[in-house]
Every structure is written in structure tokens, then in C-alpha cells.
Design a protein around this ligand. Structure first.
Ligand code: MG
Length: 238
């Protein structure tokens, strides 16, 4: 049994690790899709949390309010993929019949919207796990639907453990990609305790370097219209 975590900004870097015993797990936001502009992105959500804390709001409250705003923008925004390579990866997984599970911190009330967003970039069939839709017996609300686990406030490893137990799944090897390192470590620990081989890749294609507070604020002012980063940049320069 072995565990290994590495980092790459190319999604296809994971291909070398996949074999026929692999149970493949992928995050959604900043891994398969991201908002087409700064507002609505995960980096923007983190910025909102920091801004609320600076205003004296408690961390839990700040997180919950930022998440609420992020959700509202998801209803308005277009999404894009991070790399063309994602389609090659999904095709490879399908060709070799590798079971593939989506694992997201999105709340259950975003299931339909999430699949609408994935459909826009032709990734709505990316998750091949065919188990029936189900509510998990987890600490917080958690649903499995259409091949993806919507963890909400549950830690990803905890939700996954319950899902495996509820469905009698005993994978020999897990491969997981996520842009957030802490999730990779959570699953590594879970895999270690369960005696499952594990490879985790921190996918760094969505870099926070392109985040701009000025652009985010212009975009916030124009809501409910969503203006592009380029148009916001022009407004700043004029
Ligand atoms: Mg993510």
C-alpha cells in the first residue's frame, strides 16, 4: 500500500498513474470548470471571506455569506474549462471503463445547476459511477447524484467514507485530482487507514495570480449583469 501526492498545472500529468484497478475521483470547481471571469471564481469567494473578516464578521459567518454570494453568481455566470486536456483525460477514463466519481464541496441545492454548467462545456457525462441517487448518512446534508457526491459542509474524506460504506465499495487504488491541497491530504489519510493505494494530484492550472480586487469590484457594481475581465479592465483605464 502506498500514497503519493504531487502538483501539476497540466491535467494530463495524472494519466501516467491510471491503471485498470483505479477508482478515479475528481473535484469540479477549478478542476473541471471555472467561472469565465473573476466574479464567481473560487478566488473571488476567498477574497469575499477575507473582506468580511476585515469588516469584523466572524469566520463562520463570513464563510457562509461568501458562499451565499458565490452561489448567486453561479446562476448568472458562464463557465469554461481550464484546459483542452480535460477532454482527453475523460475520454481515456471512459475508453478503459475506469469508474469515475465527482467529489465537490458544492451544496446539494446546486446539483441541477452544476450539471447545467457541466453540460455547457460538454462534461456532464464525465462521472461514470452508476449508483442510484441517494442521501448519505453524513453529519451534514450530502447527496450523491449523477455520479457526483455533493458534500456541502462535510469534509470530502468523511463523505467519501460514508459513500463507500453505504455502497459496499472497496477500491484497491484511488486517484484524486483537486485544486485544494487540504482535500488531497484528507483523502490520503482516509486511504492510508483503509489500506487503499492512493495518488493525489494538486491541479494548479487555476492560479490566483490573475485575481484582481479592482476588476472584482467593478464586476460587483455591474451585477446582475456579468461583465468580462477585459471589459472591467477597460472601465478601470477610462
Ligand atoms: Mg476546487
Amino acid at each position: 500500500m502506498s500514497t503519493y501526492i504531487f502538483e501539476s498545472n497540466k491535467i494530463e500529468s495524472i494519466l501516467d498513474f491510471i491503471d485498470l484497478e483505479t477508482f478515479f475521483i475528481t473535484d469540479i470547481d477549478d478542476t473541471l470548470i471555472k467561472a469565465a471571469q473573476i466574479i464567481g471564481s473560487s478566488h473571488w469567494e476567498k477574497h469575499l471571506i477575507r473582506r468580511l473578516i476585515d469588516q469584523g464578521v466572524e469566520l463562520d459567518q463570513a464563510r457562509s455569506r461568501a458562499c451565499g454570494l458565490w452561489k448567486q453568481i453561479q446562476k448568472l455566470t458562464n463557465v469554461i474549462t481550464l484546459e483542452e486536456g480535460v477532454f482527453k483525460l475523460i475520454q481515456f477514463l471512459k475508453k478503459h471503463s475506469i469508474p469515475t466519481l465527482g467529489l465537490t464541496s458544492r451544496d446539494c441545492d446546486l446539483i441541477d445547476l452544476t450539471f447545467e454548467q457541466l453540460k455547457k462545456v460538454d462534461l456532464h457525462d464525465a462521472f461514470t459511477l452508476k449508483h442510484a441517487p441517494q442521501t448519505l448518512e453524513a453529519t451534514y446534508l450530502c447527496h450523491f447524484a449523477r455520479g457526483a457526491l455533493f458534500c456541502g459542509n462535510n469534509a470530502k474524506d468523511k463523505a467519501l467514507k460514508v459513500f463507500f460504506e453505504q455502497n459496499n465499495l472497496n477500491p484497491k487504488k484511488i486517484i484524486f485530482i483537486d485544486d485544494q491541497k487540504d482535500h488531497l491530504y484528507e483523502l490520503e489519510e482516509m486511504a492510508f487507514h483503509a489500506g487503499i493505494d492512493y495518488v493525489g494530484m494538486q491541479y494548479t492550472a487555476s492560479s490566483p495570480e490573475n485575481f484582481s480586487v479592482e476588476i472584482a469590484e467593478i464586476q460587483e457594481k455591474h451585477l446582475p449583469n456579468i461583465i468580462s475581465d477585459e471589459d472591467a479592465q477597460k472601465l478601470i483605464q477610462n
